[in-house]
Design a protein around this ligand. Structure first.
Ligand SMILES: O=P(O)(O)OC[C@H]1O[C@H](OP(=O)(O)OP(=O)(O)O)[C@H](O)[C@@H]1O
Length: 126
């Protein structure tokens, strides 16, 4: 949707090797907060170069490891991080602050500051 809005191409970062990844690749090791494992995040070199200005889009932000991996891939390509868009940021984990402190423009559709597993109540940041 974001790419359609800006009328720009989409580049997917993949977590597993697949048939549509060939040639040289940028990789970054990313620790998954959810799965408690480490993944190689992979982007084909042919889709990223120094002329690209990249808007990173992800669904969740927790500790910021996924974003740091994606940022390192973009830096390795000598491309530019134009900004970062997140659907749900877990405000009770440090990722958002870490990434903002690094100077990146980061916007989240919603920031969740807390969840009560008994009542099911979700506390959103204003
Ligand atoms: O800020 P972080 O601590 O890195 O967490 C955010 C990452 O966690 C989720 O991926 P997950 O590892 O759960 O993999 P999946 O979405 O492919 O299941 C999500 O899609 C982000 O990429």
């Amino acid at each position: 949707m974001a790419a359609r809005y800006f009328n720009v191409p989409v580049v997917f970062a993949k977590k597993t090797q697949s048939v549509n990844l060939d040639g040289e690749m940028y990789t970054a090791e990313v620790e998954s907060f959810t799965h408690k494992n480490k993944n190689q995040v992979i982007v084909s070199k042919k889709f990223l170069d120094e002329n690209d200005k990249v808007l990173i889009i992800d669904d969740f932000l927790a500790n910021g490891c996924a974003l740091q991996g994606l940022i390192s891939i973009i830096n390795n390509a000598n491309a530019t991080v134009a900004g970062i868009g997140i659907a749900i940021e877990k405000g009770f984990q440090p990722g958002g602050q870490i990434i903002r402190n690094l100077g990146y423009k980061l916007e989240s559709l919603a920031i969740v500051d807390g969840m009560d597993h008994v009542t099911g109540k979700i506390i959103f940041r204003d």
